[in-house]
Design a binder for this molecule. Sequence first.
Ligand code: GLC
Length: 742
Amino acid sequence: MKKAILTIAAAIMTIAAMAQPKLTKDNIDDVINAMTLQEKASLLVGVRSSLVPGAAGYTCGIDRFGIPVTVLADGPAGLRIRPTREGDSKTYYATGMPIGTLLASSWDTELVETVTKAIGEEVLEYGVDVLLAPGVNLHRNPLCGRNFEYFSEDPLLSGKMAAAYVRGIQSNGVGTSVKHFATNNQETNRLENNSIVSQRALRELYLKNFEIAIKEGKPWTVMSSYNKLNGNYTQQDYDLLTTILKKEWGFDGIVMTDWGNKEGTVKSAKAGNDLMEPGRQNEVDRIIAAVQDGSISKEELDRNVRNMLNYIIRTPKFNGYNFTNKPDLAAHAKVALKGAEESIVLLKNDNACLPLKGTEKVALYGVTSIDFVAGGTGSGEVNKAYVVNMEDALIKAGFTLDNTLADFNRTYVNYKKAENRLNHGWAQAKVKEIAVPLSAIHEQAAANDMAIYVLGRNAGEGADRNINGDFELTEAERDLIRDLSVEYHALGKKVVIVLNIGGVIETASWKGLVDAILLPWSPGQEGANAIANILTGKVSPSGKLPMTFPVKYQDHPSSLNFPYDWNLFHARGVKKDFEYTKYEEGIWVGYRHFATRGAEVSYPFGYGLSYTSFEYSTLAIKATADGFEATIAVTNKGSVAGKEVVQLYVSAPEGGLEKPACELKAFAKTKELKPGESQTLTLKVSNYELASFNEATSAWEAASGRYSIRFGSSVQDIRATAEFKLKKALSWPVNNVLSPER
Ligand code: GLC
């Protein structure tokens, strides 16, 4: 009898287990078959939780199948969670790393992987499963408020940086979310703005960096953007999210929305947007109702559920990782320092003004020398334990500072911070420089060996920048540069400008007045120390510009279609650049425009000085089974060590589609070369990478003929050239979708 009861009990257990199997890597279909409609719909919508305070969002847990809640947190410059918790004496600070634009300025994918490996360790140890990064939208226009989070005006550099970023983060067994897919190239009216973009500009620029990131980085997730693209919300666009992203590019992760709650939940689910974040009950209800009335088929529902389960089984949460809440922040601070040191760009260095001896008596100007801009604001802001400011960094490096200025700056900064807290949200807190009386500058010039002026700019999510007093200098900044150059040059003393900014500013009108210009962008919590180490020559600058610095804002073709004036934003009834933005410039973005039209720039794409000089030699090109391989030797011809970034530009044969004068197709950075030392670099380009997109045939096409191969230290500074002959034309047809006329 007892045996019979045991047998029956075992049978019941088996049936029950079959009825609600615990999720494993091997039984996803069983779990799907056992889930109710309510459970399936719930899995496709985010939930609220306090698992990790300050995390941006969560995915739904279903206990009876052993499906855990998973944790999603920002952001590109480091993990963004709350640094303190009620009733908890521990702290939860994360490391403020260099912003995306500075990482891209390194042109060093290995460095980016090193920095993001450290970020990923903090993601893992603080109990987060996915970092909502990298932000990869192209720098279409200098005034986009979130350019600081993004990498470049060029899709290849942007895509390679994004792929490296993803690999570094995910090497820790946590996920990333490549965002914001796609054409989220302005903040103005970002929830509703309709980007109207030609298929060619889409394929060659605005999708190309995502394509590289997905194919070479293999991110766990992609975040669709808020905006529309050619009339459809991206999160509801089947052609974007399924036809191109999943079918053409082979993306096998999940797509999540950005943090909103649009009516079109059903369209999103059908389009291949697997997860709605942050998630609300009405989205679950919409999905259930749609399945019940047949608008969402069982296949579509189960497809998205399967994608979610395949995501969940990858997560540390599902795999029971015991996070410590104790990442090695001290080690990561060193990584933050190195990340900034390897990326800072030296724009000007007349008469080898830099490096300095490190013992000079310095008059340090600029409120940002005290109120240092380590990063941007919004979801990309990291709750850091500290930020080193320029004053502390220079003193630590051995300089003596003129104290009258520091006290004056500090008083002003505290006043402005208080005022900003009263009057502005995080994105509008602009740096307001203070005027320094000429008489004071006159005295300081006599009392000090040199001047360093840290000129700052904030940038942030939710707002685009302006031309006046933002892209262009304010009157106080202009006057200060003028007065410093007059007073210090009268005494044969130097003026050094440090651009602590989040996006491109005007430089042409004033750069002639000063002796050196250093561009650290917003370099993270250790960035000021990195600047000091470059100023003293402890580190030789090796950064290169990932975008063009134009002479005037209006030189960018996209300036004809960009919401540069806040007043317009608040004006009623304005549609252009608010309700819709027409990318009328097409592919003519950045150096593609300037290099082809021969338009003058202040600093070109790929430009950056070193404390030494390099010679390129023994160039060799050989055809491979798919494209070509180039090798080139780089020799340090100067007297100090340094690193060089070799950029490979290709000019396609004449005829057929109108093409840019040249396009970046590969790049490589040397190790640190001692004086006289050489290194041979190898750069590979595939036939597909040579192709341009032809709308008439809806295909990538590489024309037969002679391709001019140029090796440069910038897009303008070509050091060696060669040729590659493609014997027969090649074509890669793709789906004819996302037309602006659709
Ligand atoms: C924001 C941002 C996105 C961020 C998300 C979660 O609106 O657009 O980049 O990851 O919400 O904070």
